[in-house]
Each structure stands twice: as C-alpha cells, then as structure tokens.
Design a protein around this ligand. Structure first.
Ligand SMILES: O=P(O)(O)OC[C@H]1O[C@H](OP(=O)(O)OP(=O)(O)O)[C@H](O)[C@@H]1O
Ligand SMILES: O=c1cc[nH]c(=O)[nH]1
Length: 192
C-alpha cells in the first residue's frame, strides 16, 4: 500500500463547500458508469448470465444505471437487484442497532450466474467481505465481480475491484461522499 496522501490538486474541479471539494460532477459520473458498463460487457463477452446486485443505498441506484446503459448497448434487459449486507457486517457487536435495507434477487436467482456487486465507495473492503458472506446464503454464483464508482484505497482485507470509475488517492482523515440524484437530489462525488 503506498503512503497515504491527500487528493491531488487537479482532482478538485469545484471550489470547496460545506460538502467538500467536488472531484466528480454529474457528467464525470455518467462517463465513468458508461465506461464501467462497457468494461463489464467486454470482460464477460456480453450480458448473458450477468446479474447486477447493488449494495444499499447508493450502490443500488448505481447498479440500475449500469444495467440501463448495458441494456442500451446489448438490446437486452440485464437483471438488477439489491443485496443488504447489514447482518453480515463484522462490527455488529460494536454497533448492534442497524436499519435493514431490502435484499431483492432478480427472478432466476444467482446460481451459476456471474454476479457483479456494485457499490459507491471501496475503502477498507469490509462491506464487500460482508456482501460475499450474504451471497453465500443465497446461492452459488459461477463468479463474483466488483464494480465501484470510487476506490479510495486503504484496504484492510485482500479485496480489489474489477471495475473502477475513479481511483482517488485519499488520506484516512478524509471522507469521500457520493451523492446521486435518485437519493440525494444531485450527482456529485466530494472529498473533505
Ligand atoms: O470498504 P468499506 O470500508 O466497507 O467502505 C465502503 C462502504 O462505506 C459506505 O457505506 P456506509 O457503511 O458508510 O453506509 P452508506 O452506504 O449508508 O453510506 C459506502 O457506501 C460503502 O458501502
Ligand atoms: O470515505 C468513505 C469511506 C467509506 N465509505 C464512504 O462512503 N466514504
């Protein structure tokens, strides 16, 4: 792991605000999701047997956007659902009170499918570890891949993303916030 460092000056595309500096705006996010969609299709030679599962909350909206872009390219619907990882977290004992989100697995399930997990930020990797445990209770995919809008580094587990919208060098003191129109009223990635 390289030494931590603050985001590079040219990462900032807007002045700071109470939400922090904007590092991706709506068009950047759209372009990154388009690229990820194409990369997923290229890696998997099309959309057959693909299932996209977003991790609530924002990962679900990102998965829906990626699925829509893939459907435009392929001319076929790509199944998309959501995977709640709450009860699989490794810090449940420390913070037992949690709000659950729905897990919705598309018709056809995940057995023998290629499941692409979709999340907004990849940081320690603990959310994705939880997601792998959650999947294990649902079925046995042929393969599991990971797409994230932002990889900010600082992994604590041997987990990496297959598809990354933006690698964002950060210090551990910083916080990356992804905002999406469906959930937050606007699209932006900020760092503060
Ligand atoms: O790699 P990790 O260290 O697990 O961090 C990444 C996770 O952190 C955030 O979720 P958070 O638990 O903050 O909840 P949120 O989705 O409601 O923001 C983010 O949405 C990722 O799911
Ligand atoms: O900076 C961070 C770290 C974890 N999860 C986030 O959404 N942002």
């Amino acid at each position: 792991m390289p030494p931590t460092q603050p985001a590079l000056p040219d990462e900032a595309s807007a002045p700071g605000s109470s939400e922090g500096r904007t590092v991706l705006d709506a068009r950047d996010i759209s372009r990154a999701l388009s690229r990820i969609s194409h990369e997923i299709l290229e890696r998997n030679k099309g959309s057959q047997d693909l299932v996209l599962l977003g991790i609530p909350s924002r990962g679900v909206h990102l998965a829906q956007r990626v699925a829509a872009k893939m459907s435009e390219v392929e001319g076929a619907e790509v199944p998309v659902g959501s995977l709640d990882i709450t009860m699989y977290r490794d810090d449940l004992r420390m913070r037992p009170a949690r709000t659950l989100s729905p897990t919705e697995i598309p018709a056809g399930g995940i057995d023998d499918k290629v499941v692409v997990l979709v999340d907004d930020v990849l940081y320690s990797g603990r959310t994705i570890r939880s997601a792998l445990d959650a999947l294990n209770d649902i079925g046995r995919p042929r393969a599991v891949q990971l797409a994230v809008l932002v990889d900010r580094g600082h992994r604590e587990l041997p987990i990496r993303a297959d598809f990354v919208g933006k690698n964002l060098p950060t210090s551990t003191a910083e916080k990356v916030a992804v905002r999406l129109g469906e959930y937050d009223g606007e699209d932006a990635v900020t760092i503060r």
